[in-house]
Design a binder for this molecule. Structure first.
Ligand code: AMP
Length: 214
């Protein structure tokens, strides 16, 4: 298996499905959002550059994210394959990915377009909670932890992401429609794009994804 891109609006379940694919297929999830949040947490130069864009629900400049993805794809654990979650998000990022993949001798096999009813996205994002320890994801209504506010897997506290608040979510959805949705057209001619109905149960959606990949 080689490279897979998970494309879809915030709240489509890219991170959740990427984690399941990583567990089953043993290929890494490359989430630019996770990498940027880690950089912000650690106060690195990258984090300082990215923070204001992220807090306002905007996109981090292309050259910044392209740089981190390029470095990440060159790592040894991407040799068998990788799952891109949240990248590319703009046409220049997609064009840069084509160039980097060629340079590194990697192939993008599938672009999975996760499709969800827009009304569902807001509910999913507002209720989303993330474990600060292991990154596991929960939802106050659809996937509640056994003990309130605590991760089932590692016991660490769950938090609500700063950008999972209604005002910022609106901005992120607007940005998706403006900057990221045009990627569907960009990839249309490649024959790599597959639509995945991504409303409903996590496991059923995952089953549809695996069917496509096999
Ligand atoms: P995510 O976790 O994928 O929702 O990303 C959280 C935030 O990180 C986004 O709202 C952006 O501010 C930033 N970000 C993540 N990936 C990218 C990307 N590929 N291009 C630009 N900004 C990004």
């Amino acid at each position: 298996m080689t490279g897979i891109i998970l494309l879809g609006p915030p709240g489509a379940g890219k991170g959740t499905q990427a984690k399941k694919l990583t567990e089953e297929f043993g290929i890494p999830q490359i989430s630019t959002g996770d990498m940027l949040r880690e950089a912000v947490k650690n106060g690195t130069e990258l984090g300082r550059k990215a923070k204001a864009f992220m807090d306002s629900g905007g996109l981090v400049p292309d050259e910044v994210v392209i740089g981190i993805v390029k470095e990440r794809l060159a790592a040894g654990d991407c040799a068998k394959g990788f799952i891109l979650d949240g990248f590319p998000r703009t046409i220049p990022q997609a064009a840069a990915l084509d160039r980097v993949a060629e340079e590194l001798g990697k192939e993008i096999r599938f672009v999975l377009s996760l499709e969800v009813d827009p009304d569902e996205l807001m509910e999913r994002l507002c209720g989303r909670r993330t474990c600060t320890g292991c990154g596991a994801m929960y939802h106050v209504k659809f996937r509640a932890p056994k003990e309130d506010g605590k991760c089932d897997k590692c016991g660490t506290a769950l938090i609500q992401r700063d950008d999972d608040r209604e005002e910022t979510i609106r901005k992120r959805l607007e940005n998706y429609n403006k900057a990221t949705a045009p990627l569907l057209d960009y990839y249309k001619t490649t024959g790599k794009i597959r639509s995945v109905m991504a409303s409903g149960e996590i496991d059923a959606i995952y089953g549809n994804i695996v069917k496509i990949l096999r």
